[in-house]
Each structure stands twice: as C-alpha cells, then as structure tokens.
Design a protein around this ligand. Structure first.
Ligand code: PGA
Length: 270
C-alpha cells in the first residue's frame, strides 16, 4: 500500500474543518489503498461517524471508477442475536452504506456472525480468515464516547482478540437511538480485540463533533490505559486520526498537530 514502509513515531492528528472534510479525507486514503494494493484488505467500521466516508467511497466508485473487485473486507463487530437482515445489524448497515453500491465480491466481505452457535470457534475462525487474507492494510475505526474501539469497552485487555463482549450501559444508551427502546439494544457483541486491531498495518480513526472532544483528548494525550482502549493506538506504529474542529476542541497541542501536518514532507504523506 502507499507509504506502507513509513513508520510514524507518533499518532498523526489531522484536523479538518467539518464532518464533510473529515469524510472526504478518510475516503481519499481508503480509496488510495484500494487502488494501489494488488489484494487490498480493508477493515471496516459502523456507527454514525463513517457514514460520510462510505458515501464518498460510493461516489468515487460511481464517478471515478474506483474498483473494489480485488478488495477483501473485515468488519470490526456485530451484535449477538441479530440476524443479518435485522435493520440494526451491522450486516444490514454495510449493505445499505457500501456493499449494495460498489463492486465488492460478496464472498470476500466478512462480518462476525451474530447468530453463531459456537461463538469461541467462530471468533477463532474470524482471526484465521484475517491472517489468511494477508492481514488488514487499513483499519477504519470510530471511537466510542467511553473510549472503545470496535466494541472493546473500558477494561478490555489491550492484547485481546476477537471475542464476545458485554456492552457498557453508556454504549447501550448511545446506541439506543437506533432502536425503538434501549431494552432492544443487544447486550452482547462479537468484536475484534484491541490486539487484532493493533495488528493492522495502518489504523485510521475518525471522530466528529463536540461530544467526542473529551475522549479524543484522553485517547491521544492521556496515559495508555485499558480504561480508554483507544489510547492503545499510541503504541501503533502507523495510526492517523482524522477529526473535525469540534472533536479537536480539547486537544492541548492542537496547534502543534496542525504545524506537523502543514510541514509534512511529501514522502511522508499517505
Ligand atoms: P458513532 O460510534 O460513530 O456512532 O459515534 C462510534 C463507536 O461507537 O465506535
């Protein structure tokens, strides 16, 4: 992939004016990985944050011929107990926002199976499938208001692998907006672990809006701790955060991150 050998000594923080600019930048990077890799493997995320990025990737496919036919995808997570056709399942989300609109080979799109009868075996097979695909070139991530990546809630082992996880009440409340009542939000999910995410060659974290400002600051500038699983990304050799102004509002060193980005040598650009 482009710039694949570049090892960044720290997280790269890219501050964009608004959600649309954040989404365009993310789609530019993911689009480039899809274009340049012989067999690109893309890690996908759900939630409100990446919707604009998917919209832009679909536009690139339609208007610029972005070809997904060689790509393989792995999603971070899925609710336990929801069938793929449930409107709030992440299978459904992915069809709606991406899969139905681009030329991905469906046999190479992967999401955890929320109806699996043997969850531990399914999780092991999911990890194995990632390895067999050659590992993830770029993993797209959102960040939960409690600091989760994937559905790795606070106190998740920073070495964790794909497994079943119980959601925090904060996440259940945050996701209740997608369900008729919060009682309908599943309590359990299958999620890639923090360790699985850390194995990706490149992590691309998106965050937008003032509600994420606190957790972005804790993840980037706070101590590395399993209480903020996203803080583990400070150890990742190649991690970029693309955030909008509102999500950047509580970063102490925002001026320095802008300075770095503005003076980045061309060879370091993704
Ligand atoms: P959101 O979720 O994009 O809907 O804010 C982010 C997350 O929970 O990872």
């Amino acid at each position: 992939m482009a710039g694949g050998q570049v090892q960044r000594p720290s997280m790269e923080i890219i501050i964009k004016p608004d959600y649309e600019a954040m989404s365009r930048e993310a789609a530019l990077i993911v689009g480039r990985v899809i274009r340049e890799g012989p067999r690109p493997v893309i890690g996908l995320a759900t939630g409100s944050t990446p919707e604009g990025m998917y919209h832009e990737l679909v536009r690139q496919h339609r208007d610029e011929g972005l070809d997904f036919s060689r790509a393989t995808t792995f999603n971070l997570d899925e609710y336990v107990g929801l069938a793929p056709d449930h409107p709030q399942s992440y299978h459904h989300y992915m069809r709606h926002h991406l899969f139905d609109h681009v030329n991905l080979n469906r046999d190479r799109t992967h999401l955890p199976d929320g109806l699996s009868e043997d969850i531990p075996a399914h999780c092991r097979a999911y990890e194995q499938a990632i390895v067999e695909a050659g590992g993830i070139d770029v993993q797209v991530l959102g960040i939960g208001s409690d600091g989760h990546i994937g559905f790795n809630e606070p106190s998740s082992s920073l070495g964790s692998r794909t497994r079943i996880k119980t959601l925090t009440q904060e996440t259940i409340a945050a996701n209740a907006r997608f369900f008729a009542t919060s009682e309908q939000v599943p309590r359990h999910v299958i999620t890639m672990g923090v360790g699985t995410i850390m194995d990706s060659r490149f992590c691309l974290v998106l965050a937008s809006g003032g509600a994420k400002a606190d957790i972005v600051a804790r993840a980037v500038e706070g101590p590395v701790t399993s209480m903020v699983p996203a803080s583990a990304l400070q150890f990742h050799p190649r991690c970029s955060l693309i955030i909008d102004e509102a999500a950047a509002a509580k970063l102490e060193r925002a001026a320095y991150y802008r300075w770095i980005y503005d003076h980045k040598p061309d060879w370091q650009r993704v």
